[in-house]
Design a binder for this molecule. Structure first.
Ligand SMILES: Cc1ncc(COP(=O)(O)O)c(C=O)c1O
Length: 452
């Protein structure tokens, strides 16, 4: 291939500083390593299992949504075509169906005007952060470790972060209070705190009901908004679901950021934000829901969420009578079994784990478990792991804003089959055994050592 001269060269130092933030390279690095070692078993992706997708789903669901528009909303064929093929309202076309679903599944009471349908959780987050964070002194509290979609969006928007170290039981209200105090003492305004109360990514932690109430009380006391993210809530291991923070909130502190990526499928790229908080404009004396302000921002990012994608999700909501809980039972069973297999395989492959300083948590559900090891589990070790031991995982340090997480790794169970999980854990156990026998600096294992 011949490449022509590039007359205009850009100096990276002149681009937005977030482009030099290693956080923004994490996804690329992991994708690249998966591509380079296609035969390795990968515990890295948090993708839903493709065996749960049904061919022909999209066509059937769009037809179902068209029927709904015709039979229940009284639209003509011409209006239906316009709805699906034309530019549409920025806030979305499936808001009525969504608020019914949220009421049925999450105990969330919202009006359509409190909601904006977005391009995934990610756009819901982006618009919300843009609206709430008005200046350089507004700080976002994030759990440490935290989902990179959040820390990465904050980096792109130039929003300063105040990490809140997670305890053994996840995000702790007292730690949130201390972080808010620390931000204030530094002359900043703690504006909001991001939280995944159910089966967090990456730690797998779940907040107890008491801790949820404590978090809401701290939010009230510290004048904080809580940005609740709940993509894994359906995937419990014991069938018990905790109430969402939003449904427990009596004072309007919670903005609920939703995603259909795991409960339907990520290819649709549909999410939403529930933000009914009134915004008062002193100049005009009027009030509008925060959602209306978010829609203004969205109109400058994606104009509207693709109607075809909304139709697919709308069809799914109609098909399941506006409740996705039961529709997700097969997926919940699949992920439950995979998590059971992972925990069982770890116990079998590492019977003397405690003596060797290796331990893992026992998540109540979701896609992720966390494994702690008495050595550095960084990208260099991941290379060796992928190349020589044929197993890929995510270094927990990728989810830390500071230097933490060096002795832990995240294992995702969603994308693999049970036999791959068992095989992957055996490979992981071989890596751990080899690494414990070779203290730093890390030598490269021979192929024979790797196979043992
Ligand atoms: C914590 C968390 N939030 C949200 C999402 C889904 O985001 P989106 O709807 O943008 O795909 C994910 C997906 O990996 C996630 O792990």
């Amino acid at each position: 291939m011949t490449t022509g001269p590039h007359p205009f060269t850009l100096d990276k130092a002149t681009l937005h500083p977030s482009l030099c933030d290693p956080l923004l390279d994490v996804m690329n690095f992991l994708n690249e390593i998966v591509d380079r070692f296609p035969h390795a078993i990968s515990f890295a992706p948090g993708r839903p299992h493709e065996g749960l997708f049904t061919p022909g789903d999209t066509e059937r669901l769009i037809t179902r949504y068209r029927q709904y528009l015709r039979d229940e909303r009284g639209l003509s064929e011409e209006q239906i075509t316009t709805t699906l093929l034309q530019y549409g309202p920025t806030s979305g076309i499936i808001r009525e169906l969504l608020v019914r679903t949220l009421h049925n599944d999450e105990g969330i009471h919202a009006r359509p005007d409190d909601v904006v349908i977005t391009v995934g959780f990610q756009e819901a987050l982006f618009t919300t952060l843009r609206a709430l964070f008005a200046g350089p002194d507004d700080v976002l509290l994030v759990p440490e470790p935290c989902y990179t979609g959040v820390t990465g969006a904050a980096a792109v928007l130039g929003i300063p972060l105040q990490p809140v170290p997670e305890g053994q039981n996840g995000l702790d209200a007292d730690a949130v209070a201390r972080a808010a105090d620390a931000a204030r003492e530094a002359g900043k305004r703690p504006r909001a705190c991001y939280a995944v109360p159910d089966f967090a990514n990456p730690s797998g932690h779940t907040l107890t009901l008491t801790d949820r109430h404590r978090l809401l009380a701290v939010a009230h006391h510290h004048d904080l908004l809580l940005l609740e993210d709940n993509p894994y809530g359906f995937f419990t291991r014991d069938g018990h679901r905790h109430p969402t923070l939003h449904s427990l909130d009596t004072r309007g502190h919670v903005i609920y950021l939703g995603s259909f990526a795991k409960s339907c499928f990520p290819g649709a790229r549909v999410g939403y934000v529930v933000a009914g908080q009134p915004v008062h404009d002193v100049a005009t004396g009027t009030s509008t829901p925060l959602a209306a302000e978010l829609a203004k921002i969205k109109s400058m990012i994606t104009v509207n969420t693709p109607a075809v994608s909304q139709a697919v999700i709308g069809g799914m909501l109609v098909e399941h009578d506006c409740s996705l809980a039961t529709a997700n039972d097969p997926a919940a069973r699949f992920y439950r079994r995979n998590m059971d297999v992972l925990l069982d395989a770890l116990a079998t492959a590492l019977p003397d784990a405690a003596q060797r300083g290796v331990r893992w948590n026992n998540p109540g559900g979701g896609f992720f478990a966390c494994l702690e090891v008495p050595f550095t589990a960084d990208e260099a070790l991941l290379e060796i792991s992928a190349e020589r031991f044929g197993v890929i995982w995510t270094p927990m340090s990728s989810f830390h804003t500071g230097p933490g997480g060096r002795n832990a790794l995240r294992l995702s169970i969603s994308y693999l089959d049970p036999h791959q999980i068992r095989d992957g854990v055996r490979r992981l156990a071989r890596l751990i055994t080899w690494r414990l026998a070779h203290p730093t600096p890390t030598p490269t294992p021979t192929l024979k050592e790797a196979a043992q």
